[in-house]
Ligand binder design. Structure first.
Ligand code: DX5
Ligand code: ZN
Length: 221
Protein backbone atom coordinates (compact mmCIF):
# COMPACT_ATOMS: atom_id res chain seq x y z
CA UNK A 1 0.00 0.00 0.00
CA UNK A 2 1.25 3.47 -0.85
CA UNK A 3 1.53 6.37 1.58
CA UNK A 4 -1.67 8.35 2.15
CA UNK A 5 -2.18 11.36 -0.11
CA UNK A 6 -4.76 14.12 0.28
CA UNK A 7 -5.34 15.92 -3.01
CA UNK A 8 -7.67 18.93 -2.75
CA UNK A 9 -9.64 19.49 -5.94
CA UNK A 10 -9.26 23.13 -6.92
CA UNK A 11 -12.61 22.91 -8.69
CA UNK A 12 -14.11 24.15 -5.42
CA UNK A 13 -11.43 26.81 -4.77
CA UNK A 14 -11.97 30.53 -5.27
CA UNK A 15 -10.65 30.98 -8.81
CA UNK A 16 -10.28 34.73 -8.28
CA UNK A 17 -7.38 33.94 -5.92
CA UNK A 18 -6.30 30.51 -7.07
CA UNK A 19 -2.59 30.87 -6.25
CA UNK A 20 -3.35 31.83 -2.64
CA UNK A 21 -5.89 29.01 -2.32
CA UNK A 22 -3.37 26.41 -3.51
CA UNK A 23 -0.66 27.83 -1.22
CA UNK A 24 -3.11 27.67 1.68
CA UNK A 25 -4.12 24.00 1.24
CA UNK A 26 -0.51 22.92 0.74
CA UNK A 27 0.59 24.85 3.83
CA UNK A 28 -2.27 23.14 5.69
CA UNK A 29 -1.02 19.61 5.05
CA UNK A 30 -2.34 18.73 1.59
CA UNK A 31 0.03 16.58 -0.46
CA UNK A 32 -1.02 17.11 -4.08
CA UNK A 33 -3.11 19.52 -6.12
CA UNK A 34 -5.98 17.82 -7.99
CA UNK A 35 -6.60 19.71 -11.23
CA UNK A 36 -9.96 19.01 -12.94
CA UNK A 37 -10.03 19.67 -16.68
CA UNK A 38 -13.52 19.73 -18.25
CA UNK A 39 -14.36 20.48 -21.87
CA UNK A 40 -18.17 20.84 -22.08
CA UNK A 41 -18.12 17.83 -24.39
CA UNK A 42 -16.97 14.75 -22.50
CA UNK A 43 -18.60 16.28 -19.41
CA UNK A 44 -21.23 19.04 -19.21
CA UNK A 45 -18.98 21.67 -17.64
CA UNK A 46 -16.02 23.82 -18.65
CA UNK A 47 -13.03 24.55 -16.45
CA UNK A 48 -9.32 25.18 -16.80
CA UNK A 49 -6.52 24.19 -19.14
CA UNK A 50 -2.72 24.05 -19.42
CA UNK A 51 -2.27 27.83 -19.05
CA UNK A 52 -3.64 27.69 -15.52
CA UNK A 53 -1.41 24.73 -14.67
CA UNK A 54 1.60 26.64 -15.96
CA UNK A 55 0.53 29.72 -14.00
CA UNK A 56 0.48 27.67 -10.78
CA UNK A 57 4.01 26.44 -11.49
CA UNK A 58 5.16 30.01 -12.20
CA UNK A 59 3.48 31.09 -8.97
CA UNK A 60 5.84 28.69 -7.20
CA UNK A 61 3.80 25.53 -6.62
CA UNK A 62 6.25 22.62 -6.37
CA UNK A 63 3.82 19.94 -5.07
CA UNK A 64 2.66 17.25 -7.51
CA UNK A 65 -0.11 18.46 -9.81
CA UNK A 66 -2.57 15.63 -10.49
CA UNK A 67 -4.28 16.47 -13.78
CA UNK A 68 -7.65 14.73 -14.23
CA UNK A 69 -8.63 15.03 -17.88
CA UNK A 70 -12.35 14.98 -18.57
CA UNK A 71 -11.92 15.86 -22.23
CA UNK A 72 -12.53 14.12 -25.55
CA UNK A 73 -10.44 13.52 -27.56
CA UNK A 74 -7.74 13.32 -24.95
CA UNK A 75 -4.43 12.80 -26.81
CA UNK A 76 -3.84 16.22 -28.28
CA UNK A 77 -3.93 18.07 -24.94
CA UNK A 78 -1.45 15.74 -23.21
CA UNK A 79 1.81 17.30 -24.49
CA UNK A 80 0.55 20.75 -23.47
CA UNK A 81 -0.14 19.61 -19.91
CA UNK A 82 3.24 17.92 -19.68
CA UNK A 83 4.90 21.18 -20.75
CA UNK A 84 2.73 23.11 -18.31
CA UNK A 85 4.10 21.13 -15.36
CA UNK A 86 1.64 18.27 -14.79
CA UNK A 87 3.11 15.51 -12.62
CA UNK A 88 0.54 12.84 -13.33
CA UNK A 89 -2.18 12.74 -15.95
CA UNK A 90 -5.29 10.58 -15.69
CA UNK A 91 -7.89 10.07 -18.41
CA UNK A 92 -11.16 8.22 -18.99
CA UNK A 93 -10.88 5.19 -21.33
CA UNK A 94 -14.15 6.26 -23.01
CA UNK A 95 -12.38 9.42 -24.20
CA UNK A 96 -9.54 7.60 -25.97
CA UNK A 97 -9.71 5.44 -29.12
CA UNK A 98 -6.51 3.65 -28.11
CA UNK A 99 -6.14 3.42 -24.37
CA UNK A 100 -2.73 1.74 -24.40
CA UNK A 101 -1.41 4.35 -26.84
CA UNK A 102 -2.64 7.22 -24.67
CA UNK A 103 -0.90 5.72 -21.63
CA UNK A 104 2.34 5.49 -23.60
CA UNK A 105 1.91 9.07 -24.82
CA UNK A 106 1.60 10.36 -21.24
CA UNK A 107 4.65 8.41 -20.12
CA UNK A 108 6.68 9.50 -23.16
CA UNK A 109 6.20 13.07 -21.95
CA UNK A 110 7.67 12.25 -18.56
CA UNK A 111 4.43 12.18 -16.55
CA UNK A 112 2.90 9.40 -14.51
CA UNK A 113 -0.18 7.91 -16.14
CA UNK A 114 -3.50 6.80 -14.73
CA UNK A 115 -6.91 5.53 -15.86
CA UNK A 116 -10.17 6.91 -14.48
CA UNK A 117 -13.22 4.67 -14.16
CA UNK A 118 -16.68 6.24 -14.01
CA UNK A 119 -19.21 4.78 -11.55
CA UNK A 120 -20.67 2.50 -14.26
CA UNK A 121 -17.41 1.62 -16.03
CA UNK A 122 -16.41 -2.02 -15.40
CA UNK A 123 -13.00 -2.72 -13.88
CA UNK A 124 -12.04 -5.16 -16.63
CA UNK A 125 -10.73 -2.28 -18.75
CA UNK A 126 -7.73 -2.55 -16.40
CA UNK A 127 -7.00 -6.18 -17.29
CA UNK A 128 -4.44 -5.59 -20.03
CA UNK A 129 -3.02 -2.23 -18.97
CA UNK A 130 -2.80 -2.33 -15.18
CA UNK A 131 0.93 -2.99 -15.21
CA UNK A 132 1.47 -0.01 -17.54
CA UNK A 133 -0.06 2.59 -15.25
CA UNK A 134 0.94 4.38 -12.06
CA UNK A 135 -2.53 5.03 -10.70
CA UNK A 136 -6.17 3.98 -10.94
CA UNK A 137 -8.70 6.71 -10.20
CA UNK A 138 -12.18 5.53 -9.29
CA UNK A 139 -14.98 8.07 -9.64
CA UNK A 140 -17.44 7.92 -6.76
CA UNK A 141 -19.67 10.52 -8.48
CA UNK A 142 -20.44 11.09 -12.14
CA UNK A 143 -17.76 13.45 -13.44
CA UNK A 144 -18.54 17.07 -14.17
CA UNK A 145 -19.32 18.79 -10.89
CA UNK A 146 -18.10 19.18 -7.35
CA UNK A 147 -20.35 18.83 -4.33
CA UNK A 148 -22.17 15.59 -5.29
CA UNK A 149 -22.83 12.67 -2.93
CA UNK A 150 -20.55 9.64 -2.71
CA UNK A 151 -22.03 6.65 -4.63
CA UNK A 152 -21.78 3.69 -2.18
CA UNK A 153 -21.09 1.03 -4.85
CA UNK A 154 -17.66 2.64 -5.23
CA UNK A 155 -16.65 0.86 -2.02
CA UNK A 156 -17.04 -2.58 -3.60
CA UNK A 157 -15.23 -1.39 -6.67
CA UNK A 158 -12.37 -0.11 -4.50
CA UNK A 159 -12.08 -3.54 -2.88
CA UNK A 160 -11.98 -5.21 -6.31
CA UNK A 161 -9.34 -2.88 -7.71
CA UNK A 162 -7.31 -3.05 -4.48
CA UNK A 163 -7.17 -6.84 -4.94
CA UNK A 164 -6.10 -6.46 -8.59
CA UNK A 165 -3.33 -4.02 -7.62
CA UNK A 166 -2.13 -6.24 -4.78
CA UNK A 167 -2.02 -9.22 -7.13
CA UNK A 168 0.06 -7.23 -9.60
CA UNK A 169 2.67 -6.52 -6.93
CA UNK A 170 3.27 -3.07 -8.48
CA UNK A 171 3.31 0.24 -6.60
CA UNK A 172 0.12 1.47 -8.27
CA UNK A 173 -1.88 4.14 -6.45
CA UNK A 174 -5.62 3.78 -5.91
CA UNK A 175 -7.28 7.19 -5.94
CA UNK A 176 -10.90 8.04 -5.19
CA UNK A 177 -12.70 11.16 -6.40
CA UNK A 178 -16.16 12.45 -5.54
CA UNK A 179 -18.06 13.03 -2.34
CA UNK A 180 -15.08 12.30 -0.08
CA UNK A 181 -15.52 13.91 3.36
CA UNK A 182 -13.98 13.64 6.81
CA UNK A 183 -16.87 11.44 7.94
CA UNK A 184 -16.65 8.83 5.15
CA UNK A 185 -12.92 8.83 4.39
CA UNK A 186 -12.31 6.09 7.00
CA UNK A 187 -14.49 3.51 5.29
CA UNK A 188 -13.11 4.58 1.89
CA UNK A 189 -9.57 3.98 3.16
CA UNK A 190 -10.62 0.64 4.66
CA UNK A 191 -11.92 -0.38 1.21
CA UNK A 192 -8.44 0.15 -0.21
CA UNK A 193 -7.94 3.73 -1.40
CA UNK A 194 -4.63 5.44 -0.61
CA UNK A 195 -5.09 8.72 -2.51
CA UNK A 196 -8.07 10.93 -1.70
CA UNK A 197 -9.44 13.79 -3.78
CA UNK A 198 -11.69 16.20 -1.92
CA UNK A 199 -13.03 19.46 -3.29
CA UNK A 200 -16.06 20.85 -1.52
CA UNK A 201 -15.22 19.09 1.76
CA UNK A 202 -12.00 21.10 1.97
CA UNK A 203 -12.66 24.41 0.25
CA UNK A 204 -16.20 24.77 1.63
CA UNK A 205 -15.42 23.40 5.09
CA UNK A 206 -17.28 25.29 7.81
CA UNK A 207 -14.95 27.87 9.36
CA UNK A 208 -12.33 27.54 6.60
CA UNK A 209 -12.85 31.15 5.50
CA UNK A 210 -11.78 32.39 8.98
CA UNK A 211 -9.44 29.66 10.20
CA UNK A 212 -8.03 28.06 7.04
CA UNK A 213 -7.90 24.45 5.89
CA UNK A 214 -5.63 22.78 8.44
CA UNK A 215 -8.50 21.50 10.63
CA UNK A 216 -10.34 19.67 7.90
CA UNK A 217 -7.19 18.25 6.29
CA UNK A 218 -5.96 17.08 9.70
CA UNK A 219 -9.31 15.37 10.37
CA UNK A 220 -9.18 13.65 7.01
CA UNK A 221 -5.66 12.36 7.67
C1 DX5 B 1 -15.75 15.85 -10.48
C2 DX5 B 1 -14.29 16.08 -10.19
C3 DX5 B 1 -13.94 16.09 -8.78
C4 DX5 B 1 -14.64 17.11 -7.93
C5 DX5 B 1 -14.82 16.50 -6.58
O1 DX5 B 1 -15.89 15.58 -11.84
O2 DX5 B 1 -13.49 15.11 -10.84
O3 DX5 B 1 -12.52 16.17 -8.59
O4 DX5 B 1 -13.97 18.32 -7.77
O5 DX5 B 1 -15.57 17.35 -5.81
P1 DX5 B 1 -16.17 16.93 -4.41
O6 DX5 B 1 -15.03 16.53 -3.54
O7 DX5 B 1 -16.85 18.17 -3.95
O8 DX5 B 1 -17.12 15.79 -4.68
ZN1 ZN C 1 -11.32 15.06 -10.38
Amino acid sequence: MQSTVIAPSILSANFAKLGEEVDAVLASGADWVHFDVMDNHYVPNLTIGPMVCEALRKHGVTAPIDVHLMVEPVDRIIPDFAKAGASMITFHPEASRHVHRTIQLIKSHGCQAGLVLNPATPVDVLDWVLEEIDMVLLMSVNPGFGGQSFIPSALDKLRQVRAMIDRSGKPIRLEIDGGVKADNIGEIAAAGADTFVAGSAIFNAPGAAEHGYADVIERMK
